[in-house]
Structure formats: structure tokens, C-alpha cells
Design a protein around this ligand. Sequence first.
Ligand SMILES: [Zn+2]
Length: 289
Amino acid sequence: MTIRRVLLLVLLVSIPATAQNRPAPARTELAPGIFLFTTPNYGDVGLDGNSIAILSRDGVLVFDTNGTPAAAAAVLAEIRKLTDRPVRWVVNSHWHWDHWYGTEVYQRAFPDVRIVAHEKTREMMRGPALDFNRPGLETQLPKYLQTLEQRAADNPALKTLLDEDRFFLEQKSRVRHTFPNVTFSDRLNIELGERHIEVRHYGRAVTPGDAFVYLPAEKILLLGDLIVNPITFALSGYPTEWQFASRRHESLIFPVSAASIFGSARTLSQSSRSGFTFAPAETSRATTS
Ligand SMILES: [Zn+2]
């Protein structure tokens, strides 16, 4: 049996085990019926965006759908523990893969689900986003896995990491890209059961079509990657417009704030210590995405 065949067998055997072994998403209740799910990293090759579920008596809105179908399925499994209502709405905050590559899971489970994004985000998803991801999937990540396989052959301690990295590539390569079927330009109001949910766009900040969700009654703001912990994307986005948008976000939520912070649920004020003055109050409440 050739080494290549051995590696293929290892790959085939290891994928389901890795999927089963991945920890469930961490769950944080931000407010009654509003839950943040934080997904573990994929080995050393991928972070995942967080996902937020807004429950109501008539159904669920999910804000961002993770970076892989497996992660989205894990989040959906958690949502099903909380409610038997359907997911009626999905909102994708922007075109970066870790916020929408799991959407297929929701469309499969709920064929009538409305998938919302800013009109420019949909344009990005239909072409540039796919081009952006192609070199990593087709060249860079496979090459890295080859070197890791060689290292793992001499060091069995690396096998778990190798399995996780392979799982990530396998997941991301098999995504069925599921595009928004509802777009908006400035604002979309959603009445979902007892919830009034506003999907808004304050101009480009991190991407051309950044969408955020505002719940005025709950005083919660879900910002996607508009605030990232500990370093914002401002320097790789549109810094001037980002600051302008940030001031408008701040005006929405003062004095009770909820910020979206990538990766871990730290407070907005902690995030601001990395060099950006944004937090309006020490009463900040963190949500992540
Ligand atoms: Zn992003």
C-alpha cells in the first residue's frame, strides 16, 4: 500500500471522528432569549465567526452562520435545545467566509428561511469572495497540510492537529455557497413575534456592505466584525468611514452597550484598550460574531 493510500485512509477515517470530537459551541445568554454561540478554532488553520440566535414566540433569527457547515449544524443543534420554533431569518453581516459558509445548513433545515445581507455583500459573495478563498483552498492550505503530514509522521502528538486541519479543509472545500435571497440598502425592519429587529447599514467600514442588527427594546447591537477583539479591522477596511460608523453605533446604544467582539466574549471597553476609543460606558456587555 502506498503512503498516499495510507494517508487517504487516515483522512477518511479521521474526518468523522474529528467532527464528533469537536466541542459543542459555547453558549452565552446575552439577554432573555438572545444567545451567543462561540465555536472553537479549527486546529491551527482557521478561526470561526460567532453566531447569535434571537428567539421569539414565532421563530428564530440567526445572525451570522459560521464558517463551515459543521459549525452551523452544531449551532443549530444548540438552538433546537432552546426552542422548537423554526429559524425564519438569517442575517449575514458581511462577505468574509467565517460569517456565511454555514448558511446551507439553515436553508436545508428551513427551506423558506429568508437570508438577508446588504446588497453589496451579496455582490461580493457571488464572485469576489469566492475568488478570495480559492488560493487558500486549492494551494496554500493543501501545501501546509503536506508539511504537517510529514511532521506528524515523526511526531504522533501532531495527529490531532492534523485531523482538525484536514477537517477544516474538507469542510470548507465542500461548502455549497448559499446566497442571500433578501437584500437591503440602508435598513430592513423585521417584526418577529414579540421582537422588533432592525438590520442596518451605516456605510462601508470593514467591507463595502457591513450590516449590523439593532434591537432597540433590548438595547443590543450585533456588529459582526465592525468591532474585533483585540484589534479591529479598521486598518484593513475603510478607517475614516469605520470611525464615522462607530460614532453612529455608539449613539445608538449609549449608555447601555453591547458590542460584537470577534473570538471571545470580552467587553467592548476591554477591546478599546487595544488603542481604539469607542466604548461609551463601562457597562458594556459583550456579544461576539
Ligand atoms: Zn470579517
